[in-house]
Design a protein around this ligand. Structure first.
Ligand code: PEP
Ligand code: MG
Length: 897
């Protein structure tokens, strides 16, 4: 079996199409070779080796080593140098590369092949001993950390880890010799440091740093495969839904060096601006540096070209002006790559002694705003077609446009505390936390937090995910924090050099002011400004992005599903219409009863001891409800509005403490004991399954009658005012057709009465929520009577699984961690179970009633993968919260493509 694929010298055994086998990096390295782009030669070990390794108790296939040896020989021929040679040695890098990029989540080992035998040869060859020992100390540090420690399963806390120990040695050495920057250290310094590093490794770990090139290489390969199952890679896969079984490939590639002097350099670039989508070549570079220096953010990188310079970078040298010939070559490659891949590329390059080498190309991560702009621009430039443009934007990326920005008036009044690089747009406000673990635990306690770090590393991802925003003292626009935040659409500022972070005391000094853990701060991620106070946020206005509107119009051309919204106030309804909602799919009515004037009538009804008093209390609510419904129906003029009759158990309206009981007793002239007794009689052991939904309307038919009357009288009044209305009355939590018939009869009789009273004909629908398994299984009976179904997948999920909606949080993390569930079924529909019930109900319902209108109004109605399921199941519409309406529009279009 073939496990290793070569690339180099304009030839390659793989292509860009082979991502599953060669990983993104390996596939693209092969492709760049085929395109004639200069790439250092090497080979890729396939993802199948990774899966074999894990399926076989961490053993590699028996013929892997011989294939690696053959590939090294082939690489040597292309590069004209030999691995481990004492005359002309070749050095290698060993890098990970999964099918889908997992930035920084796995390990890398560089400069492999430096040993006591190859060092003198390389010094002779390069005539640059400082460079050779600098490379050697990097190899020792990386190798000790990644191969000798992490991959051999030694779990260490940060300060006990070998990397930390070696870094401390270096800091101590620099302090002792009054060195400030790494560039201050000379050849002898790096040689001494390398010796000290090796001694420390021997004494801390009890083993020697290997001096054999092959041992280094195979150790590196194993460590990279091992890092597929490192904690941070696993965490990242869980967040990004990347299957564990994919595995990573390993690319072994000839080293080229950007740190061989002033005509060497290294950089990263995007073919278009990943933050705003502008069609401008955008990137960062450093002279005399290795790639890790740019990404680690230890030195402030220079801008790539003149026209992307900012206020902060205007005095720094651009590659365009410093090395114009190389820049011209790079620019040509950028054009070639973008055209070839028809998408924005994220590229890495190294210039070794005036010669340009490409090390990587991949589809670049981008903000939501940039994704939309690029998709629309590329379609208009003729690079992609309309359907590709629609598919280019992930529905959830729209969130970023829909997310709050800082209120500009309040922001104008606030004083900027510090400035950094605007790595992730939008506004955020939250309380400062200093570690990723704190971010996660504060977040779990319901706090909004902003994570502040010197710089982030992949170990911080869980805390970054839990934070409203991320703020770092170091790093550039391509640093880890910037890439990860951008991928998630989070507000983020990096490289905020004024921050003096004291991690031990959990405080930060910023321009002579001290901020401590828990202090509120606000960030404007679009401008890179940090404020000390809390600043109010305003809802986003996606309409200000012209490309957004274009893309949404394109999506509307393709989608067949209608998009409705869940809204219960005229202002929410208006917001949703703004976002493109075509009706209301769920107007819950329970929150309408909590107003001071209404709740008293409700409580009077609950406490009444005879039907007459009950009815008169309920009817007190009629005028209020009529106003509510008029407001909603008017806001949705001409669009269908599904109003659900009262759903929650009654105790929710009368949860009172002793003082409130006394006050109520006085107001209603009932003794306290009666109230207390009634409250305890309403107590339910399992309220989510208790006396709620249509069971309420059956016990208290006057409630159904009052609500039906309110809806229909509101409709008549509006029609009289010239407003067209389409009310749909929805009966909740039906489990048997008899329940449905009982409630629908009350609605129909009430409608008849109103028609007689007013002399007008009413147009309305009556239907039901389908949120119990029994309702799905008897849909053929219910659909003979109902005019529409709306799947209440929140309750349907709860009742199908037997998980309570209210306390699944107590065990869900365990379930996800142990893969007992692949995802939270309350977020994304469980296709196998709940979905099967939905399909049965659709099929059987339509089987007896071909006109049956069917939608969904559970939270899943705004979830892209559930929307795809809804389309495949033949639903007419999905209904979701106003802010998810644009996401649903796009997801619905994508489900057709
Ligand atoms: C549902 O159960 O899915 C639903 C939309 O109703 P609620 O969330 O109000 O129970
Ligand atoms: Mg429900």
């Amino acid at each position: 079996m073939k496990y290793v694929y070569l690339f180099g010298d304009g030839k390659a055994e793989g292509t860009a199409k082979m991502k599953n086998l060669l990983g993104g990096k390996g596939a693209n390295l092969a492709e760049m070779n085929l395109l004639g782009i200069p790439v250092p030669a090497g080979f890729t070990i396939t993802t199948e080796v990774c899966t074999h390794y894990y399926d076989n108790n961490c053993e590699f296939p028996s013929d892997l080593n011989s294939q690696i040896l053959e590939s090294i020989e082939a690489t040597e021929v292309v590069m004209g140098a030999k691995f481990g040679d004492t005359q002309n040695p070749l050095l290698m890098s060993v890098r990970s590369g999964a099918r889908q990029s997992m930035p920084g989540m796995m390990e890398t080992v560089l400069n492999v092949g430096l040993t006591s035998k190859t060092i003198p040869a390389l010094i002779k060859k390069t005539n640059n001993p400082r460079f050779v020992y600098d490379a050697y100390r990097r190899l020792i540090m990386m190798y000790a950390d990644v191969v000798m420690e992490k991959s051999s399963g030694i779990e260490t806390q940060n300060e006990h880890g070998i990397r930390h120990k070696l870094e401390s040695l270096l800091t101590e050495y620099k302090n002792k010799n009054n060195y400030i920057n790494d560039t201050d250290l000379n050849e002898d310094d790096w040689r001494l440091i390398s010796d000290q590093f090796k001694k420390e490794i021997k004494s801390s770990m009890g083993i020697k740093f290997p001096d054999d090139p092959m041992e280094q290489l195979l150790g590196g390969v194993k460590a990279v495969f091992q890092s597929w199952n490192g904690e941070r890679a696993i965490n990242y896969r869980r967040i990004e839904n990347i299957p564990d079984k994919w595995g990573t490939a390993v690319s072994v590639q000839t080293m080229v060096f950007g740190n061989m002097g002033s005509n060497s350099a290294t950089g990263v670039a995007f073919t278009r601006n990943p933050a705003n989508g502008d069609n401008k070549f955008f990137g960062e570079w450093l002279t005399n540096a290795q790639g890790e220096d740019v990404v680690a953010g230890l030195r402030t990188p220079n801008p790539l070209n003149e026209d992307t310079k900012t206020e902060d970078t205007q005095n720094l040298p651009s590659l365009e002006s410093s090395m114009p010939d190389i820049y011209a070559k790079l620019f040509k490659i950028k054009i070639q790559l973008e055209k070839h891949y028809s998408d924005m590329q994220d590229i890495e390059f190294t210039i070794q002694e005036g010669r340009l080498w490409m090390l990587q190309t991949r589809v670049g991560k981008r903000t939501g705003a940039a994704a939309i702009k690029m998709a629309v621009d590329m379609k208009n430039e003729g690079m992609i077609n309309k359907t590709t443009a629609i598919l280019r934007v992930k529905p959830d990326q729209l969130d970023e446009l829909l997310h709050p920005m800082l209120n500009s008036d309040s922001e104008d009044k606030a004083t900027i505390l510090a400035k950094g690089l605007p790595a992730g747009p939008g506004g955020a406000t939250g309380r400062l936390v200093f570690t990723a673990d704190d971010a996660e635990s504060w977040h779990n306690n319901g706090e909004k937090v902003i994570l502040i770090r010197e710089e982030t590393s992949p170990e911080d991802v869980h805390g970054m995910h839990a934070s409203e925003a991320i703020l770092t003292a170091k790093g550039g626009m391509t640093s880890h924090a910037a890439l990860v935040a951008r991928g998630w659409g989070k507000c983020c500022i990096v490289g905020c050099g004024d921050l003096q972070i004291n991690l031990k005391n959990k405080e930060v000094e910023v321009n002579n002011q001290i901020l401590r853990e828990g202090d509120w701060v606000t960030m404007n991620g679009t401008k890179g400004y940090l404020y000390k106070e809390k600043i109010d946020l305003v809802p986003a206005n996606p309409d200000s992005h012209s490309e957004y509107k274009v893309l949404m119009d394109w999506a509307d051309e393709f989608r067949k599903l209608k998009i409705r919204t869940n809204a219960e106030s005229p202002s929410d309804a208006a917001q949703a219409i703004n976002f493109g909602a075509e009706g209301i799919g769920l107007c819950r009515t329970e929150h309408m009863f909590f107003d001071e004037k209404r709740i008293i009538a409700m409580r009077k009804m609950i406490l009444a001891d005879n039907n007459e008093d009950k009815r008169s209390a309920i009817m007190e609510l009629l005028p209020f409800q009529k106003e509510d419904f008029k407001g909603i129906l008017k806001a949705m003029e001409g669009k269908p509005v599904t109003i659900r009759l009262l759903d929650p158990p009654l105790h929710e309206f009368i949860t009172l403490d002793d003082k409130q009981i006394s006050e109520l007793a006085l107001k209603l002239n009932i003794d306290e004991e009666t109230i207390s007794k009634r409250i305890s009689s309403l107590h339910e052991l399992n309220p989510m399954l208790g006396h709620r939904g249509c069971r309420l309307g059956i016990a208290f038919p006057d409630i159904t009658e009052m609500q039906a009357r309110a809806i229909l009288e509101a409709s008549i009044e509006l029609i009289d005012e010239g407003v067209s209305v389409f009310p749909e009355i929805m009966i909740p939590l039906v489990g048997t057709v008899t329940e449905y018939i009982d409630q629908a009869d009350i609605v129909k009789k009430t409608a008849k009465k109103i028609e007689n009273e007013s002399g007008k004909k009413l147009k309305y629908l009556i239907g039901t929520m389908i949120e119990l398994p029994r309702a799905c299984l008897t849909a053929n009976e219910i659909a003979q009577h109902a005019e529409f179904f709306s799947f209440g997948t929140n309750d349907l999920t709860q009742t199908t699984y037997g998980f309570s909606r209210d306390d699944i949080g107590s065990f869900l993390p365990d379930y996800l961690e142990r893969k007992i569930l692949s995802h939270d079924p309350f977020q994304s529909i469980d296709v196998k179970g709940v979905g099967r019930l939905v399909s049965i109900a659709v099929k059987e319902g339509r089987g007896v009633n071909s006109k049956l209108k069917i939608g969904i109004c559970g939270e899943h109605g705004g979830d892209p993968s559930s929307i795809k399921f809804c389309k495949e199941s033949g639903l007419d519409y999905v209904s979701c919260s106003p802010f998810r309406v644009p996401i649903a529009r796009l997801a619905a279009a994508q489900s057709e493509l």
